[in-house]
Ligand binder design. Structure first.
Ligand code: GLU
Length: 290
């Protein structure tokens, strides 16, 4: 049997903090304990937020922590063709449609809908897509595309779910409400998620499942903030005929006020801690892996 394959997949849109160190160390420990491989993936499809200096800092911080990953590192921005191919498959199934509303228009639509009562929100608390672009005629779509208007490509969730009933995943860690073992997937809770944009043939959800498959990732160790996104990932895996990994979601480190750590809180940044004299062993203890 081939060894298990793990990955740590940060986005270079800020400096790493203790929460990233915890996730990276858990992956690295699992790879060591199981005789598995550890890959590093740079999730840099969002060109407006990702910066080369953050990527360089990721390599420095992880090496300082004593983490060893295989090279070459996969950088998502270099693999847009792979995502385009997956997107084309979803389109060929008739599951993708362009939606032309701006963020402001979406906010206005949600507000209008809320006049009649609460509008549903996804597990991250974001209102579901309220628009009607799915029912635009082909002519109207073509006309809007010809005007040069920007658009997002959305997954027709209801149609997609009809092609993938009874979805679940095997959870070796724990969800935010203690979910473990075989967890039923509920992708419909996310509504018509964005799978690509006019200028970028992918989104977080699409590239993560394509890459996990291409890189033969067998066990996904990541934070509980992505637990519910796993429902969308399982759906895309089934639609695209990709293998099913197992998942091990871990708890999130919180600051002293109970908030999730963020890339902008410098007190928990690895660079700041290092500059203040912290050692890699000290970081392990701080995140509870001492
Ligand atoms: N790139 C994502 C992040 O930095 C993680 C993706 C994943 O582990 O699936 O939050």
């Amino acid at each position: 049997m081939s060894p298990p394959v793990f990955r740590f997949a940060p986005s270079p849109n800020g400096y790493l903090h203790l929460g990233h160190a915890y996730s990276a160390l858990l992956n690295s420990d699992r790879a060591r304990e199981t005789g598995g491989r550890l890959l590093l993936r740079i999730e840099d499809i969002d060109a407006t937020r990702c910066r080369p200096e953050y990527e360089t800092a990721i390599y420095e911080d992880l090496a300082w922590l004593g983490i060893a990953w295989e090279t070459p590192v996969r950088r998502q921005s270099e693999h847009l063709d792979a995502y385009r191919t997956a997107l084309d498959r979803l389109s060929a199934l008739g599951l993708v449609y362009p939606a032309f509303e701006s963020r402001a228009e979406i906010a206005r639509l949600v507000k209008a809908r809320e006049a009649d009562g609460p509008w549903p929100r996804d597990p991250d608390g974001v209102p579901l897509y309220p628009g009607a672009a799915r029912s635009l005629s082909a002519d109207e779509r073509d006309r809007l595309i010809d005007t040069g208007a920007p658009y997002a490509l959305r997954l027709d969730m209801a149609a997609a779910c009809r092609r993938a009933v009874g979805l679940s995943w095997n959870e070796l860690g724990e969800g935010p409400d203690g979910e473990r073992g075989v967890v039923p997937a509920r992708p419909e809770a996310w509504g018509d998620v964005i799978v690509a944009r006019k200028k970028t043939p992918t989104s977080y959800h699409l590239s993560v499942v394509v890459d996990d498959a291409l890189q033969d990732i067998s066990e996904i160790v990541r934070g509980q903030d992505l637990f519910h996104a796993t429902s969308v990932h399982r759906l895309l895996q089934v639609l695209l005929h990709l293998p099913e990994p197992v998942y091990r979601h871990h708890g999130l480190l919180r600051d002293e006020r109970g908030r999730k750590l963020s890339k902008s809180t410098s007190s928990t940044g690895l660079r700041e801690l290092r500059a203040g004299g912290a050692t890699p062993a000290g970081i392990r203890r701080l995140v509870g892996l001492g």
